[in-house]
Structures are given as C-alpha cells and as structure tokens.
Design a protein around this ligand. Structure first.
Ligand SMILES: Nc1ncnc2c1ncn2[C@@H]1O[C@H](COP(=O)(O)OP(=O)(O)OP(=O)(O)O)[C@@H](O)[C@H]1O
Length: 283
C-alpha cells in the first residue's frame, strides 16, 4: 500500500531522510515514534505528496505522490501537527471540502462529532484548539480515505477525548485502511496500534508488529539485580528495576511502549538482535 525505497530528502542543504526504506500495509494502525527532528513529519509529507523526494521511490496505492493526481489525493488525508481552519462554520467547511472525498459520509461525521462532544452548530473561530482538532479528526475519519496520516493527533485533547479518540479509531480501521500516527504521547497509543516503527536520524531504527514484540520481549519488574544487569534495558524506579528483556518464559510478554521505546533508543542493535532468536512463545 505504501512502499518507500531508498528515500533521500533534504531541506535545501539539511539532510533529513537518508536511504530510508519501509513498507506500510493495509489493515493496520502504525505508531511512528522518534526523537524531535528525527524526520517523522518529513516522511509523512513525502507520502502525502506535500514534499518531493530528492532520490528514491515513494509508491502509495500505485501512485507517485509527487504527481498529486486527483485519484490519489481523494484516497489520502493528512492531519498535520499544526493546522489552520478558515473563519467559517462547520457546515460550510464540510460543503466546501467534502466534495474532494467521494467516500465522505455525513452521518459518520456527525456521529464522530457527537462522540467527541463537538456541537455541529459551532462556528470555527469560536472553537478552542482541542475542539478544532476533534473536528479535523472527525472530518478526516468521515472521508474514509484508504490512507490516513496523523501527526500528533492527541495533542490538545483532554483526557476523555483521548480515550474517545482511541475508541473511534479502533472502530474505523478495516482491511483496506492504513493509518499512520506519529506521536510522542505513547500512552495514547496503547492497545490501539498494531505495529511500531521508530525513526532516528532519518532512517528506520526499529519496525515490528505488536504480536511479534510480545513474543520476543517482555517488559516487567526485574526479579533481582542480576536480571536487571543482563536485561536489554533497565530503569530504576521506586518499585525496583523495570526492564525490557528477552521473553523466555513461554507465554506472551507484557508491553510497555514507553519502556520499549527507551530500550530501542538506548541500544537498537541489541533490541533488534532479540528478534533473530527463536521465540519461546509459539502461536
Ligand atoms: N521547512 C523546513 N525547512 C528546513 N528544515 C526543516 C523544515 N521542516 C523541518 N525541518 C528540519 O527537518 C528535520 C526533521 O523535521 P521533522 O519535522 O520531520 O521531524 P519530526 O520527527 O516530525 O519531529 P517532531 O517530533 O519534533 O515533530 C528537523 O531537523 C527540522 O528542523
């Protein structure tokens, strides 16, 4: 569905993506993680055809995004980290923009707005940042595009709205849709994403499905200091050492996204190596 091969991208002389290759398949929600400035937004903009590769190939649904063909644009929606909504009503916004998305569904749109408790009658200039964000998310989901790119979608959402977001998103994914979410709020993605992709220095550092992660790794409290010393990653807490370790106990490991992310950033080679071993857990 999305096939990126040897992508190089730079802003003038600033190299951001270098020889990046990755695939994103339909039917999955991907969590895109990485430090500030790692290149996550830049990669998403290349997928959306909003930035053009310097070298390499980006194929999205069989289209070259940089050509920005209408048949491609109606199948992709990107919610950027920073956005501006025009000075109009929600009704007018829908009338003006839904026309570009043939699969837009007004009933779905109203249902999402109601789940997020955003009144349809609201005028955009009077809405808060969080309300505007929820409106944009509702509109994006109601467009029913095959590809949905979300850059920090939960920024600005209150606690209840974040769980609504998880609930709504889990309900829209199907075997034809591919959803990419870039975020630093990893807790917001827990129990939602199917795969984690970590970008660092413009390249893919880690890319595994959640079932494969829990088959090979376990995130838990260390039983003793020896175990903490031997772990792939250990962190001292008031409860003792929490660790990311290889899963040798024959059942599905526990996943702590934040801890796993730290383990990957701390020693990617060692974490990736754990996936080359035969897992104790077999399905
Ligand atoms: N328009 C631009 N012109 C020049 N450099 C840019 C531009 N946009 C981004 N950059 C630089 O490109 C690099 C990657 O930025 P990008 O926004 O893709 O990172 P990111 O992983 O999404 O970061 P964050 O998590 O902070 O949103 C950064 O060093 C940034 O300063």
């Amino acid at each position: 569905m999305i096939d990126i091969q040897n992508l190089h991208f730079s802003y003038k002389r600033k190299n951001v993506l270098s020889d990046l290759s990755v695939q994103f398949q339909p039917g999955y929600i991907y969590g895109l993680l990485g430090k500030n400035g790692a290149g996550k937004s830049t990669m998403m903009h290349n997928i959306a055809g909003l930035l053009f590769p310097k070298q390499g190939k980006v194929d999205v649904l069989g289209y070259v995004p940089s050509k920005r063909q209408p048949a491609f644009l109606q199948e992709i929606f990107m919610i950027p980290e920073e956005f501006h909504l025009p000075d109009i009503t929600i009704g007018r916004l829908v009338r003006d923009h839904a026309v570009f998305y043939p699969k837009f569904n007004q009933q779905q749109f109203e249902r999402y707005l109601s789940e997020f408790q955003v009144p349809l009658a609201d005028k955009l200039p009077q809405a808060s940042y969080g309300q505007k964000k929820k409106l944009l998310i509702s509109f994006a989901l109601a467009c029913n595009t095959s590809i949905l790119l979300m850059d920090e979608p939960t920024n600005g959402l209150d606690i209840i709205s974040k769980s609504q977001f998880r609930k709504v998103l889990a309900s829209v994914v199907d075997e034809n849709k591919c959803i990419l979410i870039s975020t630093h709020q990893v807790k917001d993605l827990e129990n939602l994403i199917d795969r984690i992709t970590v970008i660092d220095n413009g390249n893919i550092l880690f890319d595994q499905s959640i079932p494969n992660i829990t088959r090979h790794l376990d995130c838990r409290l260390a039983q003793d200091s020896f175990e903490a010393k031997e772990a792939l990653y250990a962190e001292e807490t008031f409860r003792g050492n929490v660790i990311v370790t290889t899963n040798n106990n024959g059942h599905e490991g526990k996943l702590d996204l934040e801890l796993l992310y730290k383990a990957v950033m701390n020693n990617p080679a060692r974490v990736n190596e754990a996936f080359h071993r035969q897992p104790a857990v077999q399905y």
